[in-house]
Design a protein around this ligand. Sequence first.
Ligand code: 5GP
Ligand code: ZN
Length: 122
Amino acid sequence: MTSESRQVDTDPDCLFCKIVAGEIPGDLVLTTDHVVAFRDVNPVAPTHVLVVPRHHRPDAAATTEADPEAVGRLVAAAAEVAGREGLSDYRLVLNTGPGAGQSVFHTHLHLLGGRELAWPPG
Ligand code: 5GP
Ligand code: ZN
């Protein structure tokens, strides 16, 4: 790991940037050069993990615009966590905008599993 690879775009007021930086604690389950995954503080399923890019962007579209491979890395990391948790079936969610339930404006992929998940979602 070079120090250069740890240079990330951050927002000093962003909760998830602070977790990525280790400034506030998170229950980390996976870290790579590109992503950090940690358990949701208010889980809605037995497994509820948030997978975030290290670079601050407000949503998945902005993350993809900056780096077309970034969301794929989030999905790959979520699949790895799901495998570790013994989940064959799980749901990945990217809430985008307050009307869709987004409350933290740092791109994050929800990994949900460990119970039956109804469709359509609420
Ligand atoms: P959103 O509603 O933006 O899609 O998801 C944000 C998620 O972040 C929510 O599920 C919420 O429970 C979680 N969250 C909010 N604050 C914290 C925190 O300080 N730590 C952790 N681990 N999760 C948080
Ligand atoms: Zn951020």
